[in-house]
Design a protein around this ligand. Structure first.
Ligand code: SF4
Ligand code: SF4
Length: 168
């Protein structure tokens, strides 16, 4: 295993990655960008969360109010039979960064409607990086950029909620 390989490639050699076990909520803005970029449709569906605790987002009112339909389902990317995201290719995500779902772009940041938190998600393999402080650097993630994506995510969650439309 080469130390010079990107962390996500080393992570994939070690076992399942976030693209293989995550449920990816997508905004209507994400849908529009992906359709524009790929010409595809039918890449998402409405599913309830595997973990019922996920339905309780009391600390994040916009998420609680706008992400879920009245039946508790939300718009997520489809996954293959083994659980892989539909956009996971041999060399990682096939979507260019600027049309990747905002939730994906923000991983492993943790956040709620008011902003990004200090602590990171625990899914990335810390044992493959020199220290926890190096994780974002190894992932080539920029907190300033992440803050902008976070703002876009919540703007789209709040403003493009069209679950009430009869055709979706
Ligand atoms: S973001 Fe983290 S969990 Fe996902 S592939 Fe990269 S290192 Fe692995
Ligand atoms: S859209 Fe790309 S980054 Fe997001 S889960 Fe799917 S493969 Fe991974």
């Amino acid at each position: 295993m080469s130390e010079n390989e990107p962390l996500c490639a080393r992570c994939a050699k070690r076992g399942k990655t976030c693209c293989q076990w995550s449920e990816i909520y997508i905004t209507q803005g994400d849908v529009n960008r992906i359709v524009l970029m790929t010409g595809q449709s039918g890449f998402y569906e409405y599913r309830t969360a595997q973990n019922p605790q996920y339905l309780d987002q009391a600390d994040d009112p916009p998420w609680q109010k706008h992400v879920f339909r009245s039946d508790g389902a939300r718009r997520v990317l489809k996954r293959g039979p083994g659980g892989d995201c539909i956009f996971l290719g041999q060399k990682g995500c096939v979507l260019p960064l600027d049309c990747r779902p905002l939730v994906c772009r923000l991983y492993p940041f943790t956040y709620h409607y008011e902003g990004i938190h200090e602590e990171l998600e625990t899914g990335c393999p810390r044992e493959l990086v020199e220290s926890g402080d190096m994780l974002l650097k190894e992932l080539d993630m920029n907190p300033e950029q992440a803050r902008k994506w976070h703002q876009t995510l919540y703007a789209e969650i709040c403003c493009h909620n069209d679950y009430d439309r009869p055709d979706i």
